[in-house]
Design a protein around this ligand. Structure first.
Ligand code: NAD
Length: 259
């Protein structure tokens, strides 16, 4: 059962009181920047369940056609042109006030950094689409240079060093997470006095566990998400309105500067 929804004013007061805010974001914070989520009503997988194969490492490694399709999708990825929205700007404001302990994101789009959050405060638990990695030798390089090769006609460009399979430096299903990154995120969650979970269905583990971990360590928990999540019942507040409208209100911003 969900907690009763207190007024925005209560959450705003909690933010004012807090000294170590930890934020966990998911794809929902970027939908208002034009990047669809996976599981929301307009989500990529909701509309096309077959698209999940593009996010599974086993299909990616085994099937050259899946890789060609992935490279075509990367060419057209909305992250290249997307602009941060008012939700991202509100989180930048929390950092400016010295309240942001850590920003844990499942997103791969780089919009938190583009909005102005310091890269050292952003913990990208699922990697970034702005980098490519070789699955054989581990070479990494900028995504745009590899996309130039795709534009020039290489439909599945191999690694320039070892000939291995290249992929965006993101964690696909079936791929191992980086333990040090996850440990840092969980440690930060346990140090929070307020955890805001924003735009995530909280279905992807282990990072969804940051929410109960923060709660058990004594933090207040606020969930901002249009749809129910498995942790609504332990939250001190659940806010269902649009993230781009809700975050500036709970942060107490009058005018929201857009990047
Ligand atoms: P998800 O798709 O599982 O859930 C997103 C949630 O956000 C949904 O419950 C949806 O109702 C809610 N939502 C969407 N737009 C909203 C809005 N404007 N206001 C309020 N709520 C809104 O996302 P997830 O939990 O992040 O898991 C998806 C995985 O896919 C992540 O691991 C992430 O790495 C990846 N992903 C990333 C991006 C990105 O980088 N922008 C986009 C799609 C998927």
């Amino acid at each position: 059962m969900s907690s009763p929804e207190p007024p925005i004013a209560s959450v705003r007061a909690w933010i004012e009181d807090a000294r170590r805010i930890v934020i966990l974001t998911g794809a929902g914070i970027s939908t208002e920047s034009g990047i669809p989520d996976f599981r929301g009503p307009q989500g990529v997988w909701t509309k096309d369940p077959q698209a999940e194969k593009l996010s599974n490492i086993h299909y990616y490694v085994a099937d050259p056609e899946i890789r060609r399709k992935s490279w075509r999708a990367r060419l057209a990825h909305p992250a290249w042109t997307a602009r941060p929205n008012a939700g991202h700007a509100a989180i930048v404001e929390l950092e400016r006030r010295g309240k942001l302990h850590a920003l844990i994101t499942q997103n791969i789009d780089g919009l938190h950094q583009k909005a102005g959050n310091s890269p050292e405060r952003v913990i990208e638990v699922h990697g970034t689409v702005h980098t490519v990695v070789c699955l054989s030798c581990g070479w990494k390089g900028p995504m745009q240079a590899t996309l130039d090769r795709v534009r020039s006609g290489e439909s599945d460009p191999p690694c320039g060093h070892c000939g291995g399979i290249l992929k965006s430096d993101t964690i696909s299903f079936g791929q191992a997470l980086a333990p040090a990154v996850i440990d840092r995120a969980m440690q930060c969650a346990a140090e929070a006095d307020l955890l805001l979970s924003i735009g995530t269905s909280l279905q992807v583990y282990p990072i969804a566990g940051a929410v109960p971990a923060a709660k058990h360590a004594g933090a207040r928990v606020v969930i901002v998400n249009a749809e129910p999540t498995p942790f609504d019942g332990i939250a001190d507040a659940v806010l269902r309105d649009s993230i781009g409208e809700t975050l500036p209100r709970i942060v107490g911003m009058s005018a929201v500067p857009l990047a």
